[in-house]
Each structure stands twice: as C-alpha cells, then as structure tokens.
Write a protein that binds this ligand. Structure first.
Ligand code: TPP
Ligand code: MG
Length: 434
C-alpha cells in the first residue's frame, strides 16, 4: 500500500499532513514473485573475526550473509567449519529424519490422530546444524519449530509422538499443546506457546549458570515475528548488561503466520542489526546452509564459553510450508515463493555438498530417506498403542488436578469429584476406554 499522505485532507496551517506507512509483502497469491533485490552475497566472502571481537568492530556481519556452501556445492572461506565426512553424514541424517518425521506427523493430523502439528520444512539446518555446535548439556530454550534439536540430541521419537497424541504414554500428561515438548534429560526447556517468553528465560538461565560458576551456556531460538515482543528486548538488555553466556538465535523465515517479516521491522534493517543497538555481537547467516549455521553457532558458543559475551544470530531462511496444520498459506502468499527462494533447500544443499566431496551418492541418500520413513512409521505404530486423539487412552482424568499442590486443596478435590461423577454419568465409567 502506498503511503497515505495524498489521501488525507489537509488540516491546520502549512505543515504537511502526517502519514503512516503500512508494510505490504512482495507478492500475494497468484502474483509474480521476485527476490532479485535480496543480496545473498558470495559464499566465503564474509570475514570471520576472532571470537573475542568487540561488537562495534564487526558491524558489517550484521548486514551481510555468512555463507559457506557455494552454488557449486563446494565449501568456501574462513567460516567453513571443516567438519569430517562422518559428522556431515550424521548432520544430513538428522535433517532427513526431521523431514520424514514432519511428513508423517502432518499426515497424522489430517487423519485425525492429533489435533495439531507444525512442520519446519526448509528450516532444518537452523536447529539441527546449529545445535550440533553446542555441547549436549548446554541448555536450549527453543520455540515450537526446533524439533531438529531434539532429534539431533537423540530424544526418542516415541516420546515425541506420545506427546503429539497426548496419549497415556505422554510424559507431559496431555497438559501441553501437541509439539510443545519438554525434556530435562536433554537440556531442552519446555516450549511455551506464549511467544518470546523463552528469550528472557534463556538469559536468566545463562546468568544463573555464570553466577554458580558452571561451564554450561544457554541458547534460545525465536521467530523473527516474535522479536517484536517486549520480552525479546528485555532479553537483549539483560544479556548485554551482564555479559550473559547466551546465544539468541533469531529464525527469520520471512513469515509470522500470515504477517510478513516487514511487520516485525524487516523493511528497515536486518534482524541481526538489532544486536548493535544493545552492544551485542551480531551475525547474519544463510539459514539454508548447514555449514554456515554450524559455524555461526560454534563461533557464538566459543565466545560465550570464554566469557567474551552474548551473540545474536539471524538465520535468513524461508518457511516452505504453512505455519501449522491450522494454516492455509495459499490464502496470503504466492505458491511460487518457495520455488523462487534464492537460498535453496538446506537438505539438498548439504546432500549435494557431500556428493561433491565424494562422500555420498544418490543411492545412499535414497536408502537413508527410506530408512527414516520406515523408522518413523514403525515408531508411530508403536505410539498408537498408547492411544491417539479421541480414543480416550490418555492419562487418568484425575491427573489433571495433580502435581501442582503437594496436597490437593479441598476445592480442587471437590471439583475432581464432581467432574468424575459427571463422566461416569456420561460414559458409564471414568475412562471410556476401560
Ligand atoms: C504472545 C503471543 N502472541 C501471539 C501469538 C499467536 N502466534 C502464534 S505463532 C505466531 C507467529 C510467530 O511468528 P514467528 O515469530 O516469525 O515464528 P514462526 O512461526 O515463523 O516460526 C503468532 C502470532 C502467541 N502464540 N503468543
Ligand atoms: Mg517467522
């Protein structure tokens, strides 16, 4: 939409009428897509400063794009983490597993087995590769699109599926929306649907780790849309003031449901540039380049671990599918965007790199994809024995009143009794499945 100055009646004296600017996305359904104005730079071109560099001395890195994988699938420049082929194959395997898992869970929702699911298609590198650069006991505070961290950390798939089905195997007892996992053993903080709350929590955890003289750092993931929340700015302030050992990962996937990134400020500057105002180190990274994601996270982790300060990393990527199973992106954006996206597909790019260096081939890729799909399928069948949505095989009804108070207060006891008698009147038993 054009600025509105010309439409407004002139009021008062000679002063010009004020006008607001309302951002408009680059394309709408059915319209042409043109990403030509996005400057992705060249792989290998960005310098890699020392990890102790002062934020003011590395400002350009908040505006450029750290890239390692070139169009020819070779790795370039000082950010190349020089990972051995085994590690690269493990990384590719995790990313392929995330994709297979997403596919099956999405279908499960369409089949009525769960009420809700969220894919991370196109963003796999930002969770898998980035988290592989952390120690397994570094504490992570993710958003809802980082299932890749759990998979990279070896969290059992069946626990994820039980949670998605809210069945009787669900460790969270049906108390969280599907996909909002939590695992203390995997240093994975409970996901919250209240956007950006995880960011000050991560900073607070990192501060506590430093106060205790611990060596573990914290990392958080937040969507670009969510950076418009006040919590994110409190997190940045605390992080910089106390030099907290924390990494603030901003996943700029261009969309926040149907709002494009312009509504969070993307027309004005980069998300990485937010770092500069706070005196944080800021990096902007090709989020579809697994090697760049790993390298940036490793740089920030080394910096935090050496008490050199927090880092804000923007991963420039694209949400290739809908926001969630409740969303239909064809209503607000052009289907061409996904194909035209200039940074390609992260899984394909890592695969092609491994092939390019002679460490992989299409047959092995096919076999791996098949193995992932079969593993997810078998685990899904196993999880289904614990129940699916609407089959009543969830945790005993009474558990919803438990685990908050050491002893159940009288009023909750009364509510529980009433609810139970209503269920017996309706179903003939407290649990219709038994
Ligand atoms: C405080 C708050 N406001 C609004 C919502 C509704 N909501 C859920 S996800 C979402 C979009 C977030 O977009 P972004 O931060 O870019 O993350 P992405 O979904 O792209 O990964 C919104 C508005 C919410 N859950 N919490
Ligand atoms: Mg987003």
């Amino acid at each position: 939409m054009a600025d509105q100055a010309d439409k407004k009646p002139h009021t008062g004296d000679n002063r010009p009428a004020l006008a607001l600017h309302v951002p408009e996305p680059r394309s709408r359904p059915g319209g042409p897509v043109n990403f030509a104005d996005i400057d992705i730079g060249k792989a290998g071109d960005q310098p890699r400063p020392d990890e102790g560099t002062a934020p003011a001395d590395m400002k350009d890195l908040a505006y450029g794009l750290v890239r390692v994988l070139g169009d020819d699938n070779k790795a370039y420049g000082p950010w190349d983490p020089k990972l051995d082929p085994d590690t690269l194959r493990i990384m590719l395997g995790h990313m392929a597993m995330v994709r297979a898992f997403d596919e099956r869970m999405f279908r499960g929702q369409r089949q009525g087995k769960t009420s809700f699911y969220m894919k991370c298609t196109g963003e796999e590198a930002t969770s898998v590769a980035a988290s592989m650069a952390l120690a397994s006991d570094d504490m992570v505070f993710p958003s809802y699109r980082q299932q890749g961290i759990l998979i990279a950390r070896g969290y059992p798939l069946i626990e994820m599926i039980n949670q998605i089905y809210s069945n009787r195997g669900d460790k969270l007892k049906g108390r969280q929306l599907p996909i909002m996992y939590s695992s203390r053993e995997h240093s994975f903080f409970s996901i919250s649907g209240n956007l950006a709350t995880q960011t000050p929590q991560a900073v607070g955890w990192a501060m506590a780790s430093a106060i205790k003289g611990d060596s573990r750092i914290a990392a958080t993931w937040v969507g670009e849309g969510s950076t418009a929340e006040g919590d994110f700015h409190s997190a940045c302030t605390f992080a910089t003031v106390y030099n907290a050992p924390v990494i603030l990962n901003v996943i700029n996937n261009q969309w926040a449901i149907s709002s494009f990134s312009g509504f969070a400020g993307a027309e004005r500057t980069t998300f990485a540039a937010r770092a500069l105002g706070y005196g944080l180190a800021g990096l902007r990274v090709d989020g579809n380049d697994a090697l760049a994601c790993f390298a940036a996270q490793q740089w920030a982790a080394n910096r935090a671990r050496a008490n050199q300060g927090p880092t804000l990393i923007e991963y420039f990527t694209y949400r290739a599918e809908g926001h969630s199973t409740s969303d239909d992106p064809s209503g607000y954006r052009s289907a061409q965007e996904r194909e035209e996206w200039p940074l390609g597909d992260p899984v394909m790019r890592l695969k092609n790199h491994l092939i390019e260096i002679g460490e992989w081939d299409e047959d092995r890729q096919q076999a791996m994809d098949l193995k992932c799909a079969e593993e997810v399928k078998a685990t899904t069948k196993e999880a289904e024995k614990n129940g699916i949505l609407g089959h009543g095989m969830h945790h005993p009804f009474h558990t919803m009143f438990e685990d908050v108070f050491e002893e159940l207060p009288w009023h909750l006891e009364e509510q529980a009794k009433q609810a139970t008698s209503e269920r017996i009147a309706k179903f003939g038993s407290e649990r219709p499945d038994q």
